[in-house]
Design a binder for this molecule. Sequence first.
Ligand SMILES: Cc1ncc(COP(=O)(O)O)c(C=O)c1O
Length: 351
Amino acid sequence: MIGTEGSAGGDGRVAHDVDLWHHGDREVGDGLVDLAVNVRVPQPPEWLLAELRDSLSAVAAYPDVAGAVEAIAARHGRSREDVLPTAGGAEAFTLLARAWPGCRPVVVHPQFTEPEAALLAAGHDVTRVELTESGGFALDADLVPADADLVFVGNPTNPTSVLHPAASIRALARPGRLVVVDEAFLDAVPGEPESLAPERIPGVAVVRSLTKTWGIAGLRAGYVLAEPVVVERLRGLQPPWSVSTPAAVAMTACSRPGAVAEAEALAREAEADRDRLVSRLRNLGVEVAGTPRAPFVLVRVPGGEKIRLALREAGYAVRRADTFPGLGPDWLRIAVRSDMDDFLDALAVLL
Ligand SMILES: Cc1ncc(COP(=O)(O)O)c(C=O)c1O
């Protein structure tokens, strides 16, 4: 059983109601245009591919992440002791879920479902806090139960695309509680506003991912930034050599100032692409949730499930959003791409 608090009301208990293990990659293939997966580029840039190819000549040796730790620490202005490279953000959630058996975890929904899935797999009872559409899916710290000692929140949040103020997340921190901020998409927001990555804040852990911006989802590259005591605890649970040599090379390469500047330029392009998409969707009468800040948008369309299936017939895969707690079958998530005219024309016919 999973507890529910906040907008869900009732007696606060609901059955295990949605497929938390459903991800956008299950919706693509068959020649469909992929608007379901949030990996931004179809393949890594040539300079990164070249470094990855070179790294293969060193795979006889066991991996060493020291260079990656150094590079990530420098990129964020943190100490090396604050950094734990992981096999994608997903591994970080598993480590965090296993690190405090018997704690009282809370997941702020709608959000990426892997934190809750990892908590359930680690044997926790999970309490859900559901943010509301009427509130623009904005973070309301008052909804988080006072005795929650492990709190997961996304910023910007997948799938709502809402960017919470850093101050609202800081306000969740208190002695005896670890707040985990999933910043997997923050490198896709120009200037990385509202990030808590650059600062060691007691009781706050930041999860980052490199897989979306750089097109390396198959490589598995992410990291945690937290107080050394938290990093040590997670490292103690991490399987040996979890981060491969190519993944460590990617972490070093993507943390260099030139790469960070390139990510910033991609983020600016994505922002312009997203604003165009949002205005065209709104012109079609489609309801777009909140104020989108990430390179994807959440929309509500009456008969959304039928529209999603019809879009597949027309050659487009968009992500169903009914598997995110707090949403339902009318909700769909659309990844931002550079040219979406044909998709929008196809959608217009179906509305
Ligand atoms: C919000 C969010 N956080 C984290 C992740 C995990 O990313 P990865 O494990 O590829 O680094 C994803 C993947 O879809 C995501 O959407």
